[in-house]
Design a protein around this ligand. Structure first.
Ligand code: 6LW
Length: 505
């Protein structure tokens, strides 16, 4: 385990984390909603520094997100476990397929085709095996049914096994563990917003009955000044040294009231101790000397994608699907070529390739050749909330879409041929008044001397979850709205080194 660390341990839109350990290696999965490929799989040796291995659902046969899949639809919370020599991942495609289970011997993949689970009725499915080899699937509500994880068959009638704390809403995100003489049932309740919290109960059998912990909620930041809010949806893991840890989701609101979070729900880490057979969760406050708050000075190295490889890095995600004929590095060597379908980022299936914004302040640059097409760089929350700088036929446009309002904020002639587009995201450092937004996004075209000819600077609050709603977070990337657009390279440069020295998936 790392001696000191800062939160989040996995920044950017990585909600609903589920973690398991095999020997000295930790593996984590999180939800991915309308994005394809789905369910990122990450690896760590210390629960603090994570590297993405791949995505569990990276084939259309595994992940069918029909064109009508709304933003924040699709893939909800997963559970990742290791049992009987293989990895098991269960999740919910709320777009019709329902609950599905995939397995792999190598967490980097390939993962199997999905097994459907028609007998599992809710979201947030969990897997736990008892000493007789029975597999218990527990889900939001909190309901439970025994299943055959090889076939998806369920046995007997589903049962409600706990309703959480009386009066608390949305008992969800259940995880069941056999620890010592008890079966522990961990849940989230209060809703995934500011009222979010983690509660636990224990029983003598996997089916209960369960007695609630007298100290519930064992974790919540509701009603506090803590800079990390919405804490909930947790998973427990025991380290090789027998210490216990909890991964959970949280948000980092900034600006004035009500506080605006733009990176989505991120993954945080907290220590856990045991007192009288109940877990006690340590503080999420950052440990010196690496404060996650305020932002660290200096800059981490830019992460450059040159698109020189035949396959894209698993960090790149698209909307619902990624047809090879619309998105390829094989058409122009060393370039990513996108073919647009004559639309815009207002469309559910625009050709888009993006990566999670993982830092509160960052800079993105890309060399773009619009050829005979129309496209550029975008910061997207959903199809109704996005800002983009678009080039076509010798002109650059700054476009803003906020709810029903779409506008061309600015336009500027640019040389024909390839140009470097730039987005600079600057977090609000101090709240001057209650109406301050969380950050400012500047868009421009780079001049030959490297300076930026700015088209405009936009308020980031309109690309926050508090405005747009939903379960995701900002994704910054490249798109083709019409025709063919080529991208030679894409730089993502954190302006803060990130909570743990630039940890980047
Ligand atoms: C997830 C549920 C939740 O399935 O939001 O945070 C849903 N809580 O547990 C989508 O993330």
């Amino acid at each position: 385990m790392a001696d000191v660390f800062a939160n989040p341990v996995l920044s950017g839109f990585h909600p609903d984390p589920s973690v398991c350990r095999v020997g000295a290696d930790y593996y984590l999965a999180c939800s991915s909603f309308e994005y394809f490929p789905g369910v990122p799989i990450l690896h760590s040796r210390d629960l603090v520094h994570w590297t993405q291995l791949g995505n569990a659902l990276d084939r259309p046969a595994q992940l069918r997100l029909p064109p009508g899949t709304v933003s924040s639809g699709g893939i909800y919370a997963p559970t990742l476990r290791h049992h009987d020599g293989r990895f098991w991942l269960i999740t919910t495609n709320v777009q019709g397929d329902g609950n599905l289970l995939v397995t792999a011997t190598d967490p980097a993949g390939p993962w199997s085709d999905p097994i459907r689970l028609p007998g599992v009725a809710g979201i947030d499915p969990d897997l736990a095996w008892d000493e007789d080899g029975n597999c218990w699937c527990t889900y939001a509500g909190v309901g439970q049914v025994r299943i055959d994880p090889h076939t998806g068959e369920s046995f007997g009638e589903p049962r409600r096994i706990w309703s959480g704390t009386p009066g608390a809403k949305a008992p969800e995100a259940p995880h069941l563990y056999r620890i010592g003489e008890y079966w522990y049932l961990l849940i989230a309740e209060g809703g995934t917003e500011r009222g979010h919290g983690v509660s636990i109960a224990r029983g003598r059998t996997p089916a209960g009955p369960f007695e609630p912990c007298p100290a519930n909620p064992i974790l919540t930041h509701r009603g506090t000044e803590h800079p990390i809010q919405n804490t909930g949806h947790a998973d427990l893991v025991r380290a090789p040294d027998d210490s216990w840890w909890m991964v959970l989701l949280g948000v980092r609101p900034r600006g004035g009231t009500p506080g605006w979070h733009v990176l989505g729900r991120e993954t945080f880490l907290a220590p856990v101790s045991w007192v009288d057979g109940w877990p006690v969760v340590g503080g999420l406050s950052t440990a010196p000397p690496v404060p996650a708050w305020p932002l660290l000075p200096g800059r981490a190295d830019p992460v450059r994608d040159d698109f020189d490889l035949s396959e894209l890095h698993p960090r790149w995600i698209s909307l619902r699907q990624r047809p090879a004929d619309l998105c390829t590095t094989k058409e122009r060597t060393g370039w990513l070529t996108l073919h647009g379908g004559g639309g815009s980022l207002d469309d559910l299936d625009v050709t888009f390739v993006g990566r999670r914004q993982q830092h509160l302040s960052c800079r993105v640059r890309a060399l773009v050749d619009p050829a005979a097409g129309r496209g550029g760089l975008a910061v997207r929350l959903d199809e109704h909330h996005h800002y983009e700088i678009e080039v076509a036929a010798g002109e650059a446009l700054l476009i803003s879409r906020i709810g029903p309002l779409r506008s061309v904020v600015a336009r500027r002639p640019v040389p024909t041929g390839a140009v470097v587009l730039r987005i600079e995201v600057t977090a609000t450092e101090s709240v001057r008044d209650a109406r301050s937004g969380p950050d400012t996004l500047s868009f421009g075209v780079e001049e030959p001397d490297g300076t930026m000819a700015t088209l405009g600077a936009l308020d980031g609050r309109y690309l926050s979850t508090e405005v747009a709603g939903g379960f995701t977070g900002r994704v910054i990337g490249m798109y083709a709205a019409a025709g063919t657009v080529h991208f030679d390279w894409f730089d993502y440069e954190p302006a803060d080194a990130g909570p743990n020295g630039g940890s980047d998936e």
